[in-house]
Design a protein around this ligand. Structure first.
Ligand code: ATP
Ligand code: MG
Length: 286
């Protein structure tokens, strides 16, 4: 049988949709019927395993899966021996300390001696150790944010993205202890065949990531404005310039950073650019 790379992704949760979308954007096709735990890609030597996110670091370490997509927070908390091979840029969140709103916050030393509920005792211990703080850390696996209101803890350390869950539980975020995003992890010593498949996959991921941050820009301009407009467009190299049927006019094509575009649009128009089109790029190879 052909060697397959076993890729573990979260079955259902905050990482699932983006993980699956990334794999599909890499041109890898598979069917994931409801409730399926395992599926084979139809056009790439890979098999997908759908698991609880907390189990992924262990499965990758033990060789049940070869690689996995997981929140960096869980990867670091589980003290996994797997390698972090790529940051993926989605499921961004932070691990923060929060106190009941009414508590006056003076600084991190205030946590000394407090009872703190969290699902991330290792990360929190490490953070406190670096600051010489001794706290009474209670590990609980879910609904951490209700711990203070039921008298279980004085403070919490939990995952935050917008902060609305904390607010609706009468808490305020006071310190960020860890910034997280989805990461790809891999088992050590995959062997040459699986290493080669992983390399192919990483190359595709990089092309997709590069394309996401960039746009293809097309515009028309009088030939007299080409020099000025070329200066405004950073481009991969210099822009492509094609003559238009209309005498004295050209079409300029280039690649531009997604964020850069909004900064230069006014200057482009002032310089004489017309009919500006900005279109997404599907894949970008360096
Ligand atoms: P499972 O049932 O698989 O154990 P879970 O409930 O433990 O799921 P999720 O809530 O789906 O986990 O979160 C998975 C990961 O997504 C977290 O470990 C974190 O990295 C990231 N994450 C969590 N909350 C958010 C958020 N609000 N915004 C963005 N990313 C988040
Ligand atoms: Mg989980």
């Amino acid at each position: 049988m052909q060697t397959q790379l076993r890729i573990a992704v979260q079955k259902s949760g905050r990482l699932s949709d983006d993980s699956i979308q990334l794999i599909r954007e890499c041109g890898i096709k598979f069917y994931n019927g409801a409730g399926k735990l395992k599926t084979e890609a139809t056009n790439f030597p890979a098999e997908l395993l759908f698991l609880r996110d907390d189990d992924i670091p262990r499965y990758v370490e033990d060789g049940v899966a070869d690689i996995g997509i997981i929140g960096e927070n869980v990867f670091v908390e589980t003290q996994s021996q797997a390698d972090l091979v790529k940051r993926l840029g989605f499921s961004k969140c932070r691990l923060s300390l929060a106190l009941p709103k009414a508590v006056d916050y003076q600084g991190v030393q205030q946590f000394d001696g407090m009872r703190i509920a969290t699902s991330y005792p290792n990360l929190l211990n490490k953070y406190f150790a670096g600051k010489g703080i001794k706290a009474d850390i209670h590990e609980i696996s879910g609904s951490v944010e209700i711990a203070p209101s039921i008298g279980l803890a004085d403070a919490v350390c939990d995952i935050v993205s917008s902060g609305s869950t904390l607010l609706s539980n009468g808490l305020k975020e006071v310190e960020t202890i860890f910034e997280s995003e989805a990461v790809m992890i891999a088992r050590k010593e995959l062997g040459p065949l699986k290493e080669a498949i992983l390399k192919k996959l990483l190359f595709r991921i990089e092309s997709v990531q590069k394309a996401k941050g960039n746009r293809y820009i097309l515009l028309n301009a009088p030939n007299t404005a080409i020099a000025k407009i070329t200066n405004l467009l950073p481009g991969i190299k210099s822009p492509t310039i094609l003559p238009l049927a209309e005498e004295g006019w050209s079409s300029l094509h280039s690649v531009i950073g997604e964020d850069e575009f909004w900064d230069i649009i006014e200057s482009l128009k002032e310089a004489g650019a017309q009919g500006i089109l900005v279109v997404p790029i599907e894949k970008m190879i360096a």
